[in-house]
Design a protein around this ligand. Sequence first.
Ligand SMILES: [Zn+2]
Length: 465
Amino acid sequence: MKFTSWGAAGEVTGSQHLIETKTRRLLLDCGLFQGQRAESREKNESFACGPQNLDALILSHAHIDHCGNLPGLFKAGFRGPIFCTPATADVAAVMLNDSVRIQAEDARYIRKKLGPDHPRVAPLYEQEHVDRVVKLFETIPYGQTERLGKDVELRFSDAGHILGSAICELELVDGDDKKRVVFTGDLGRRGLPLLRDPQQVPGCDVLITESTYGDRVHPVVEEQVDQLARIIDQTAKRNGRLIIPAFSLGRTQNLVYFLNTLANEGRLPQIQVFVDSPLSLELTRTYQRHQEILDAEYQRTLRSDSNPFAFPGLTFVRSQQESMDLNRRAGATVIIASSGMCESGRVVHHLKHGLGDENNTVLLIGFQGQHTLGRRISERPRTVRIFDRDVPLRADVVQLSGFSAHADSQDFQWWFAGLAKERGVGQAFIVHGEEQGARGVAALLHDTCDEDPVIAVRGKTYVVE
Ligand SMILES: [Zn+2]
């Protein structure tokens, strides 16, 4: 069989991996590349995987860097099917509808800025591509082995990363040979509230593993929640505003759930909490629709609290007007808004209005990429440029790195031990990580594999005998 990574090789966005046997061409994930505009656009528009000749796509989870270019793949000729868990199908439909709306808005904005004479910057895909691609979803619940023709079997195990996320296990007949292939998707963490822990699976001939945080150890989640409680207390005492930039899928639901737990334990002071994102509200509803796959602690909470995504003082903000009104509001408030790296979305307005006040706090809880507003704020300069204006930075800036939903090196080690326990690994390909993370995972995997682990290079085809 052959393996080629067409995205998320040596980087963390644009997940797209091709597996070819003598009879089958299967694509794992089809995400959007995010980053410098021109380079990402070029990568997002080129489909070297041969979309028309794919037999199927297997989708690990619904983060936009894993599913966001499915409509583009459809536009390029792919006609399915797309296999995923039921929750992933539900969440991906919400994400893709949001993605096409943002692209249309961006195209309009660029056109307005550059003038009517400038060649039109078209969105990567249109609403009709989204509408048609979501019809290709075929769902398989966790733990059920599905036969796709006589030469492929597929099974999903819980990856514990976001709602519906899956470790994909494939049994492939390749001529006279049989190969077991395991793809981690994004691997979650053990002990993260709300989601079940990642499941260990038996070893395989070919492992395709992510490596985002393969070189570091995250702080314990409980300690981070204690710190969050302390920061909210300080904000309440100062009558200030706490601004938390957070991605709408995954991170925001975790935060709301943590705050609900604090409220249930009587540890949340009198404070108004606003989740300023219609998308977050819609995604929170998908968590509720599929709550049977959330963890045991969540199920216990349900017995005494019928809605663990709601507590006194919490409001989900929908309209633009309500969002703007938050900036004129007096009294202590918490505002959770996207995007997580402060590059776009409503959080940018809240930062513009809030950074100048020393009673306020900005809490950064996610990875802040290079050249992003979040990264600049994390460096605590005297002023920050927002919308062509220099805004003084007087607010407190706090960074907590322990809310990540990605496995750290200890989680990887534990999960690889599961592979080693039953048959080990033949060949491993390391994807979805920058150099340090990928090297970290390569070192951890070394003794588990027959062959030296390979850090995949984009567009390079590897033959596995
Ligand atoms: Zn993810």
